[in-house]
Design a protein. Structure first.
Length: 357
């Protein structure tokens, strides 16, 4: 899962990125500290993986991961090349989803490129630029489509219908994702507003509740997700020894770290589940998978040969292994199932794949 972190300059994107990934990206009190996108990998915390590790006690525990891409700050006019416009937009096209960071904290020592701290305005500025860029992309695609229609290219008529529907939405100020097409149906169009998005409010220890309240209501009316994180506090947490983090979190009254909050939001946004491989002498591992995919595709997440030569999957639930503590007991009770090619994977499945190549 690759998520692009976007936002106006000086909203705390790079500070947040560093706290999540410990990648050491530059962050300063001036616009465009980030020019080339920074890439960092963060492990996804999962208490089920921890429990399996404690149960089986292999040498290694391997979590699934999210790749975060810290993209240069966007400014008004980016769709026309202002700031780092074209480069910024190209970087967004390469990610699976977008997390838009908006600034809620007030700090006279950290300038805001648009003056006052107004997160709703900031969201609308960025979304307008993405819409304008997509309108230009769709117009160019429709010109090409006209040539394809004359040449009677396969699928040209279907693409025309999709493009015209999307253009109508964009003209009304609505993102392409509202057209209802799957990613595969619009992949060739290279659109920005088709990507799923959630929002992060970069707060402070004592956020402006009036500003934050308005933002919460705005996001709620849109049916979107809002994650509230203080990048500054996350930076402090990331520097603590593991044994001190739990106490610090408890003092803050927080159940989840910012990374955990973003992982949960990202999984919901992309409709992902987790399955596990365990019971071997080497490791326990968590794997992410799109909800609704079947056992062979899950096997393919481990290795393409597993999918090509898929035979069967031995599957049991996380809940069952936690209750009975060992695979031998599960076998005796008939709780390990042998599933074929049509088995739809479930969140929390623990699997052993049989294959032949």
């Amino acid at each position: 899962m690759e998520i692009g972190i976007v936002g106006l300059p000086n909203v705390g994107k790079s500070t947040l990125f560093n706290a999540l990934t410990k990648a050491g990206a530059a962050s300063s009190n001036y616009p465009f500290t980030t020019i080339a996108p920074n890439v960092g990998v963060a492990m996804v915390p999962d208490k089920r993986l921890d429990a399996l590790f404690d149960l089986f006690k292999p040498p290694k525990k391997v979590a699934s991961y999210i790749k975060f891409v810290d993209i240069a700050g966007l400014v008004k006019g980016a769709s026309k090349g202002e700031g780092l416009g074209n480069k910024f937009l190209a970087n967004i096209r390469e990610v699976d989803a977008i997390v838009q960071v908006v600034r809620v904290f007030k700090n006279p020592d950290v300038v805001h490129v648009l003056g006052e701290v107004e997160p709703i305005r900031d969201i609308e500025v960025i979304e307008t630029e993405l819409l304008l860029a997509d309108i230009e992309t769709v117009d160019k695609a429709l010109e090409k489509n006209q040539r394809d229609l004359k040449a009677r290219t396969k699928d040209a008529e279907e693409k025309k219908v999709r493009l015209e529907k999307i253009k109508g939405l964009l003209a009304d100020g609505k993102p392409a994702r509202e057209a209802g097409y799957t990613i595969d149906e619009v992949r060739d169009f290279n659109l920005l507003t088709v990507k799923p998005v959630f929002f992060v409010a970069n707060t402070s220890e004592q956020p402006d509740e009036e500003v934050l309240g308005k933002l919460r209501e705005y996001i709620k009316t849109r049916g979107a997700m809002l994650v509230e994180i203080s990048a500054k506090i996350e930076s402090e947490i990331s520097e603590l020894p593991d044994e001190e983090k739990a106490g610090f979190m408890k003092d803050l009254g927080e159940e989840y770290t910012g990374l955990e909050k973003m992982a949960i939001a990202g999984y919901q946004l992309l409709d992902l589940i987790s399955f596990f491989t365990a019971g071997s002498e080497d490791e326990v591992r968590a794997w992410s998978l799109k909800r609704g995919l079947k056992a062979p595709q899950a096997a393919g997440r481990i290795h393409t040969d597993f999918e090509k030569g898929f035979i069967r999957a031995e599957v049991y639930s996380f809940a069952d292994i936690m209750q009975h503590k060992e695979e031998k007991a599960l076998r005796e009770k008939g709780l390990i199932r042998s599933e074929g090619r049509e088995y739809v994977m479930k969140d929390g499945d623990v699997c052993f794949f049989k294959f032949n190549v």
